[in-house]
Design a protein around this ligand. Structure first.
Ligand SMILES: Cc1ncc(COP(=O)(O)O)c(C=O)c1O
Length: 484
């Protein structure tokens, strides 16, 4: 029995995760075959997340399209699944776009929001007639050149920013300023305009952070822009509200609160550390007074996924909901969820390589993985991992830090001190839950020439089996042709 007073952060785990972590021979076999760590991906959860969005849109009766923001996970299987389940993909690079075409996605189901669009990328989208979301004048000039050279036209949307919220202009480095977009489109996309080969299609924004109020304001102001454009003959067929839809990782709001209180208290010299060297996860200690908030994802939140979207759609604009405003104008709403479509879609499992004490007596558990294989912009990944010991050892609870394979003092896989019900042994496994969104791939690197983690799609027929991400699509084609 653990006597630890460390605050717990219990993750939500879907049955497939419980199944796989409950049958140790499965992860043992896969780690033996593919090395440590492995990323396991479940496409069934991906489909369920999409259905939740689809249902809320249908409930409001608004025309909609969902595009999976692939930057959140690099696996091609999710692109395949987006096609199979009937939604699209939001792309951030030429290679991402090419893979969509390879998988057979309809070009209309691809959106291109890449932050840098060079000649190769724009030539490819023109060749394949993939609608593109434009961000700045130089991009427009380059696209226009390519359209001129190829004597083609292309459907375009425009990213806009600078929305007003609570009397202030929201900052963004992306997009055209909302105050200038109407004149830009009216002047340049008219029949005699400089960009007359652009076929105006719609408007796009993506906001930093997770505010439904800001998104509702931005959507309302974008509808106003659409109305003014209409007067000059430019019909807006879609408004894309980007991503940033919250998802919830944790089972308990109390645990979340308790953790934050304990983190604040840990700053006092008489209190023990609950994070490595009393790391404040982004807060600043000014002479004993804590300033700011932890710079972490809101891992517990009640307003997530379809509820988050419902809140925006139901927001009032002049006595009518935003959803109804879209309906009366026949404007399709588009969404580019990354993280929230990947909720419960992936886990990362690694093997214990060593145990040791650091020079201050902390128990460190070295895993066969590195920090970039489970890393996001959040100051820490605040979910308790699932510890999978090979054998039971009675009465040996302990508190540990998990460290990785890069040669840095700060190579901690989690900054939080974690309590385990027994002392880990070499060869035991540790499972990090819900890592598909950003954690697996966004910062992944190959320093020290370590192999990248293998990405394995798990499926259950009689028993659980895995297929390498790259081979997954192929295995489906073979299966469909009846070769099994
Ligand atoms: C343009 C755009 N769309 C969608 C997303 C996906 O955001 P999220 O994963 O938070 O849903 C991002 C994330 O950076 C983005 O930049």
């Amino acid at each position: 029995m653990s006597t630890s007073t460390l605050p717990k952060l219990t993750p939500i785990t879907q049955p497939w995760i419980k199944d796989i972590t409950g049958e140790l021979n499965l992860p043992n076999k896969w780690i033996e075959q593919y090395g440590s760590p492995i990323n396991l991906l479940n496409l069934e959860s991906f489909k369920l997340n999409f259905k939740r969005f689809d249902q809320v849109f249908n409930q409001y009766g608004v025309k909609n399209s969902v595009f999976f923001a692939r930057k959140a996970n690099k696996c091609k299987s999710f692109v395949w699944a987006s096609k199979e389940y009937g939604f699209g993909v939001d792309t951030a690079s030429l290679n991402e776009i090419k893979e969509c075409i390879e998988v057979g996605l309809d070009p209309e189901r691809i959106t291109v929001t890449a932050a840098v669009k060079n000649r190769a990328l724009l030539s490819y989208v023109v060749e394949h007639q993939i609608p593109v979301v434009l961000d700045n004048l130089d991009e427009c000039e380059l696209l226009n050149q390519i359209l001129g050279e190829t004597d083609k036209s292309l459907k375009v949307g425009f990213r806009i920013s600078g929305f007003s919220h609570n009397g202030e202009k929201l900052y963004s480095r992306f997009g055209f300023d909302i105050d200038q977009i109407v004149s830009f489109i009216s002047e340049n996309l008219s029949e005699s305009g400089k960009f007359k080969h652009f076929k105006y299609h719609g408007l796009h924004f993506h906001l930093n952070g997770y505010s439904t109020e800001q998104r509702a304001d931005a959507l309302s102001q974008t509808i106003d822009v659409a109305d003014i454009l209409k007067k000059s003959g430019f019909e807006t067929s879609f408004i894309d509200i980007g991503g940033g839809i919250l998802m919830n990782y944790l089972t308990s709001s109390e645990e979340w609160e308790t953790f934050h209180q304990a983190l604040r208290k840990s700053v006092k010299s008489e209190n023990p550390e609950i994070t490595f060297q009393k790391d404040l996860l982004g807060m600043v200690n000014v002479d004993g007074e804590l300033k700011g908030e932890p710079k972490v994802y809101p891992y517990f939140n009640g307003l997530n996924q379809e509820k988050f979207i419902g809140k925006i759609l139901g927001s009032d604009k002049g006595g009518m909901s935003l959803a109804d405003h879209l309906i009366v104008r026949d404007i399709e709403i588009r969404l580019e969820p990354g993280r929230s479509l990947l909720d419960q879609c992936g886990i990362t499992i690694a093997k214990v390589a060593f145990r040791k004490k650091d020079s201050h007596g902390r128990l460190l558990v070295g895993l066969e993985m590195n920090r970039t294989q489970m890393f996001s912009s959040s100051a820490d990944f605040l979910l308790d991992p699932i510890f999978l010991p090979q054998n039971t050892i009675e009465n040996s609870p302990c508190e540990v830090y998990f460290v990785g394979a890069y040669c840095l003092e700060q190579e901690l896989l989690l900054k939080r001190k974690i309590s385990l019900n027994q002392h880990p042994q070499v060869g035991d496994l540790v499972c990090f839950v819900n890592t598909a969104g950003y954690m697996m791939h966004f910062y992944e690197s190959e320093a020290h020439l370590f192999d990248l983690a293998k990405n394995l799609v798990v499926e259950k027929s009689d028993s659980w089996k895995v297929t390498l991400d790259g081979d997954f699509e192929l295995s489906k084609e073979v299966g469909e042709k009846g070769a099994f």
